[in-house]
Design a protein around this ligand. Structure first.
Ligand SMILES: NC(=O)C1=CN([C@@H]2O[C@H](COP(=O)(O)OP(=O)(O)OC[C@H]3O[C@@H](n4cnc5c(N)ncnc54)[C@H](OP(=O)(O)O)[C@@H]3O)[C@@H](O)[C@H]2O)C=CC1
Ligand SMILES: O=CC(=O)O
Length: 291
């Protein structure tokens, strides 16, 4: 059975490589064609457009940057919608908001296709290691059909019911993560400015009740001012923005997340959007200096 994959960025590349190495027959598409080369060397075919991929495949997975891209790949000329039909599935694993996911779902199902949203928690390394956490919602039959692929890409899959629930769960998780990253950055600055060794702070944190993989992974590189992108900061800011909109809709006051969003926006305005989201540390350091 041929499976399609649209979007070979940091995440899509790692996820599709795992699928092909595990024996899936893949047809791939990426806006920047050269990013398909490594997949082709591993045995994948190239589809010239999203529509061409869908035409060939029983179901097609997408891993794209944001809501506007997720929509354009479905609705624009040569998009998914041109070839989706009864018997074909579309699985969007990008992080988007529930409205975007619902629009895509309605369009796909109105043409007889089936739809699943399946955003993931976990970054570049978990994607490479097949250790993502998959937050699926939508058509249960498509979820069941995709389980063999999910089991390769992830360590655990959740089926969360109706379309939108996967998107919302992902946004809540990333809202917490973005707020934590800001608190962590402030702590590193505070330790440094008050004469403490930040490496010792990392050791202390790692032994206590707030030890976590993110502090453990990002702390040492942040201290070295090294921000090679695993999770691009522009995507984290997009997730904060979408989570805050979800808070607006539900009248949930989120002052901590709002402040974190401002720091990510500031970092983007300083040209740090393509670096890892931990580069928000640079903004926190700068704000500290200017006060
Ligand atoms: N990186 C991470 O740690 C994680 C990311 N995510 C989410 O997964 C999604 C992908 O993230 P990631 O792989 O890091 O992002 P990247 O920025 O590395 O990749 C983005 C992908 O979207 C494509 N794209 C961007 N703009 C367009 C466009 N106008 N038309 C068509 N395709 C386009 C890119 O194509 P091109 O190569 O041509 O630019 C690329 O394939 C995002 O929603 C992100 O929030 C979720 C969990 C973890
Ligand atoms: O969306 C990012 C992640 O690390 O999960």
């Amino acid at each position: 059975m041929e499976v399609g994959f649209l979007g070979l960025g940091i995440m899509g590349k790692a996820m599709s490589i795992n699928l092909i190495r595990s024996g899936f027959k893949l047809t791939v598409w990426n806006r920047t064609l050269s990013k398909c080369d490594e997949l082709v060397e591993l045995g994948a075919s190239i589809g010239e457009t999203p529509a061409a991929v869908v035409k060939k495949c029983k179901y097609t997975i997408a891993m794209l940057s944001d809501p506007s891209v997720a929509l354009s790949v479905v609705f624009d000329k040569d998009g998914v919608l041109e070839q989706i039909c009864h018997g074909k599935g579309y699985i969007d694993m990008s992080t988007v908001d529930a409205d975007t996911s619902s629009k895509i779902s309605e369009a796909i199902t109105s043409k007889g296709g089936s739809f699943l949203e399946a955003p993931v928690s976990g970054s570049k390394k978990p994607a490479e290691d097949g250790q993502l956490v998959i937050l699926a919602a939508g058509e249960k039959a498509l979820y069941d059909e995709a389980i063999p692929a999910f089991d390769i890409m992830g360590k655990k899959s959740f089926f969360l019911g109706q379309v939108g629930n996967g998107a919302k769960m992902k946004l809540v998780v990333n809202m917490i993560m973005g707020s934590m990253m800001n608190a962590f950055s402030e702590g590193l600055v505070l330790a440094d400015r008050s004469g403490l060794n930040p490496h010792t702070l990392l050791d202390v944190l790692d032994l206590g009740g707030i030890a976590n993989p993110m502090f453990r992974l990002k702390g040492p590189t942040m201290i070295q001012n090294s921000y090679s992108p695993a999770f691009p900061l522009k995507h984290q800011q997009k997730d904060m923005r979408l989570a805050l909109a979800l808070g607006d809709e539900n009248a949930v006051s989120m002052p901590v997340a709002a402040a974190a969003n401002e720091a990510f926006k500031k970092a983007r305005s300083l040209g740090l959007g393509d670096l890892d989201f931990s580069a928000v540390y640079e903004t926190v350091k700068t704000l500290e200096h200017s006060s």
